[in-house]
Design a protein around this ligand. Structure first.
Ligand SMILES: Cc1cc2nc3c(=O)[nH]c(=O)nc-3n(C[C@H](O)[C@H](O)[C@H](O)COP(=O)(O)OP(=O)(O)OC[C@H]3O[C@@H](n4cnc5c(N)ncnc54)[C@H](O)[C@@H]3O)c2cc1C
Length: 551
């Protein structure tokens, strides 16, 4: 049976598609199957380990809580987008209905017209010194190293090479690095190959690193702006979402030559690990598995309580990692999950969400950055030992947020260091103490009365993500499997830990791109994969970048 015949069989018969998790990879695959491949939605089964009322959306979560009878909000992650680097994400938004008349993309474009980012204060240095970020601050030697990295083919970069193997000390104290790190969460010990891929794909944005005019955010949280509309659409179409159900393992079979492989059985368990009946998978069925998750083992704290210590033993490792470890032990070309789990001191990121009531913080912040909420890019606080980056949004960020509240979200890449204003590491601090540290760096602590008013009328919820930047750890060829491993007849692998040439991990784009490849390979060969844009091939862009680097 040739490939095309198999695809026709899938279209015509009642073949089922099984996916693990309501992360973006699964959601994108389901949306493309329904909207671009005319696939019968009722034959799609998504197994999510969480319960229906728990965190859903994987990394793209959003939680609304009540704390002391007041609304408070929390997100593990939050995303920034750009037009040329995100063609797949944008295409996905175009096929998710936002309301009766518009797609998520149409609503996004309207929101962007209403509120564009144009930053004035791009960096905040020691003692509250503001900086426009116009000067990138790279010396000639570091610029040449950047040019060399861009020109070096990936295969010529040694396995496991780190960013520190490429750049010298001066690079890591430049404005360029402070701004770059704030956008993408790179650490000096992260992979040189990932750095190169980001530099290639964001090359055309280097001249805009000060104003960040191309930065896009969704109208509300990412969950409310495109995950929830997708879930509603899928539910209306009849997609089967099985909550509290984890794919714990799968069994493979091969033909006599061992070259063609199928998944033949899916093992299921409840979220708490109790076995559930297995599923027999037919040769014409499909199984799309998300492997590894950057929000696995997340732990949370509260305004008056530090984050819980995350349980990281083998029993508690989330479903995406456990599944990958099991299948990688059975199939030699399925990558090496342990490479990405090897050292949480190199992959941990902390984030916190603050709900301010009463308007004082918002007024002070807008005055500081000379911008209204929503028109400001992430603000790196360069002197902060916790390496804080402050993300502000057009309000309301949550659709039901009361008028006098303002929600912000902050990332920390150096959480294990002692803070400047609180004499503790971040995981030791309550949400209130973490906020106190932030207010100190913003110089909002000079007036004791105002500082206490902000601390007393806000709710800060910290979150610790031990594997958040694990996808950036130095890696070797073969550490990540292909989306469709050689000889696969009915399965594909999705998420942040597959290998997609030239693609950049830690993005929605990567999860959507993988899903498109999987659907194209098995169901709809005519599907077009939106092309990547490489600005360095445009002479005018190259000149603009060269000029920016001179600043
Ligand atoms: C802090 C942070 C900041 C980010 N910033 C940006 C940004 O600015 N721009 C950008 O483009 N991207 C950003 N991202 C990245 C982007 O959000 C993620 O890469 C993407 O959402 C990952 O989606 P995923 O499909 O791989 O799965 P995940 O989000 O990891 O979700 C996996 C889901 O599957 C479930 N699951 C896993 N295994 C199983 C199983 N075996 N059985 C049942 N259920 C299972 C999990 O419970 C979860 O719901 C950010 C992410 C984070 C965390």
């Amino acid at each position: 049976m040739d490939r095309h015949t198999k695809m026709k069989t899938r279209e015509d018969s009642s073949c089922n598609v099984y996916l693990n998790g309501l992360g973006l990879g699964s959601i994108a695959a389901a949306m493309y199957l329904i909207q671009k491949a005319d696939f019968d939605a009722s034959n799609i089964h998504i197994f999510e380990q969480m319960g229906a009322t728990e965190l859903v959306g994987g990394s793209c979560d959003a939680s609304e809580l009540t704390v002391d009878e007041q609304p408070a909000y929390s997100m593990q992650g939050s995303r920034m987008f750009e037009d040329r680097v995100y063609p797949c994400t944008k295409e996905l938004w175009s096929i998710i209905p936002y309301n009766d008349d518009e797609s998520c993309l149409q609503d996004h474009q309207k929101n962007r017209e209403e509120c564009r980012v144009h930053t004035v204060v791009r960096l905040l240095h020691e003692h509250g010194e503001t900086d426009t970020g116009y000067r990138l601050g790279l010396n000639t030697a570091e610029k040449l190293k950047m040019a060399r990295l861009l020109a070096t083919p990936e295969f010529a970069i040694p396995d496991g090479a780190k960013i520190t193997d490429i750049f010298g000390e001066a690079f890591f104290t430049s404005n360029f690095w402070y701004m770059w790190r704030a956008l993408f969460a790179f650490q000096p010990w992260h992979s040189a190959v990932e750095m190169k891929r980001y530099m290639r794909l964001f090359f055309h944005e280097m001249p805009n690193m000060d104003t960040m005019v191309a930065l896009e955010r969704t109208r509300f949280t990412n969950f409310h702006s495109f995950i929830l509309p997708a879930l509603r659409f899928m539910q209306n179409k009849g997609v089967n979402v099985h909550y509290n159900s984890r794919i714990s393992d799968v069994d493979f079979k091969a033909d006599s030559t061992g070259q063609e492989r199928w998944i033949e059985l899916i093992h299921l368990e409840t979220g708490s690990g109790k076995p559930k009946p297995s599923i027999q998978v037919h040769d014409t069925d499909l199984v799309f598995l998300t492997i590894g998750s950057i929000v696995s083992n997340a732990s949370f704290g509260a305004h008056d309580r530090p984050v819980d210590k995350p349980a990281l033993d083998a029993q508690n490792l989330g479903g995406a990692w456990t599944l990958w470890k099991k299948i990688a032990a059975k199939q030699s070309d399925f990558g090496r999950p342990e490479q990405f789990l090897r050292d949480i001191s190199q992959s941990t990121m902390m984030t916190f969400t603050v709900t301010f009531r009463g308007g004082l913080f918002q007024r002070k912040f807008e005055w500081l950055v000379e911008r209204q909420m929503g028109r400001q890019s992430p603000l790196p606080i360069t002197a902060s030992p916790w390496i804080l980056h402050l993300h502000t949004y057009r309000q309301p960020l949550f659709p039901d947020q009361p008028r006098d509240t303002c929600v912000i979200w902050v990332t920390a890449l150096g959480s294990n260091r002692i803070g400047t204003f609180v004499n503790k590491t971040m995981p030791e601090c309550t949400g209130r103490e973490i906020l106190e540290e932030l207010l100190g760096h913003l110089q909002f602590n000079h007036d004791e009365g105002e500082k206490n008013e902000i601390l007393d009328t806000s709710t800060c919820i910290p979150c610790l993500l031990p594997y958040c930047t694990s996808q950036f750890l130095g890696r070797a060829r073969g550490d990540r499997p292909a989306v469709v491993p050689e000889g696969s007849q009915n399965f594909a692998l999705l998420g942040q830990f597959v290998e997609i040439p030239d693609g950049i991990v830690f993005t929605t784009e990567y999860s959507v791109l993988g899903a498109i490849h999987a659907v194209k390979r098995f169901v709809e060969p005519s599907l077009e994969v939106p092309p990547m844009y490489f600005g360095q091939h445009q002479p005018l862009t190259a000149v603009a970048v060269a000029r920016a680097l001179m600043r």
